[in-house]
Design a protein around this ligand. Structure first.
Ligand code: ADP
Length: 305
């Protein structure tokens, strides 16, 4: 299947300063791809380039197979963008505003009403058409922001911090809405909230100082580390330290340990050895690096133990 977003070796300079350096990645249909990085990493610059607001210094952007430089109108039609501050007009009614956005996307007059109804339905706004945007709650205003991004039914949606400033219930509603949108589109989701990426995304990109420093799953199995729980009180770390293949034992809590293995022994070997030595094994599983650990490792260079 062709990628919805295909980015190749993208760079952007501001004068002498390089804000984005040689970034390449793909967004696949049906995917919600997390886009993370510390402040100043180059996320907004990258999203602005993809959405055609800012020119790249070099590199290539393809949207749903169309080259953004060679065929900008066709490429941009494939994309809907919700900036960090949604471009809302507080004095307008929801229907009036969405109709205006539809016209900006060159939807023909006869199809505007249908496009507005569809975007409202996808965003849970069907009953809100006559409401003035400025009087809506922040959560509903954000829905209107998303509705304007999808009014032309794009296959690619870019959302920049879509849940910032919302209360926990509104956050849940917007996350459900995003999951629904992914059934028909691919989504690039920029956020500072790591649990949000963990709950919504299969894959994440981490940008640091303009470079892509991680592209992969939101957690990683670590075959050379296992978490062990023993069932007895009198077990001590000595039993674990003397097992063949164990390099390090780190107590985590009562009868719970993280073992670092030597690379020649599997978790199954360790389970067998514990039982052979008379240990009562309650649980043994491979350790995982969660997103927080991955993020600090690639952006702070922290050593993962
Ligand atoms: P992020 O969205 O990850 O916080 P940005 O893309 O906004 O990062 O910024 C990346 C870097 O480029 C930052 O160091 C920022 O100061 C710089 N930058 C962004 N926009 C401009 C601009 N218009 N002129 C000069 N420098 C800029």
């Amino acid at each position: 299947m062709a990628a919805l977003i295909h980015i190749e070796n993208l760079s952007r300079h501001y004068g002498d300063y390089c804000a984005v350096a040689g970034v390449s990645f793909d967004l696949q249909p049906g995917e919600i791809l997390g886009f993370l990085g510390p402040n100043g990493a180059g996320k907004s610059t990258t999203m602005q380039i993809i959405s055609g607001v800012l020119a790249a210094s070099s590199g290539r952007v393809q949207l749903d197979g169309y080259d953004l430089h060679a065929e900008p109108i066709k490429a941009k039609r494939r994309l809907g963008y919700l900036p960090e501050v949604p471009p809302l007009y507080p004095d307008m009614q929801v229907d009036e505003y969405l109709s205006y956005c539809a016209r900006l996307h060159r939807i023909t007059r006869s199809e505007v009403a249908q496009a507005v109804a569809r975007a409202k339905e996808r965003c849970g706004l069907s009953a809100m058409g006559a409401r003035v945007i400025g009087n809506l709650s922040k959560g509903y205003q954000q829905r209107v922001g998303i509705a304007q991004a999808i009014i032309h039914n794009p296959r690619i949606i870019i959302l920049d911090e879509p849940t910032s400033g919302l209360d926990p219930n509104q956050v849940q509603e917007i996350r459900r809405l995003i999951q629904g949108l992914a059934e028909e589109s691919g989504i690039l989701l920029s956020t500072h909230i790591l649990p949000e990426v963990q709950s919504l995304c299969d894959r994440v990109l981490i940008l640091h100082q303009g470079r892509l420093v991680y592209a992969g799953p939101v957690s990683q199995q670590q075959q050379d580390r296992v978490l062990v729980s023993l069932a007895t009180d009198n077990s001590d770390t000595r039993l674990l330290e003397t097992l063949p293949g164990v390099r390090q034992v780190e107590p985590l809590g009562p009868q719970q340990y993280r073992l670092t293995l030597d690379g020649h022994h599997s978790p199954a070997d360790i389970a067998e050895a514990i039982v052979k030595q008379g240990g009562r094994l309650a649980e043994l599983r491979s350790d995982q690096d969660d997103l927080e650990r991955i993020f600090s490792q690639v952006t702070l260079g922290e050593q993962i133990q």
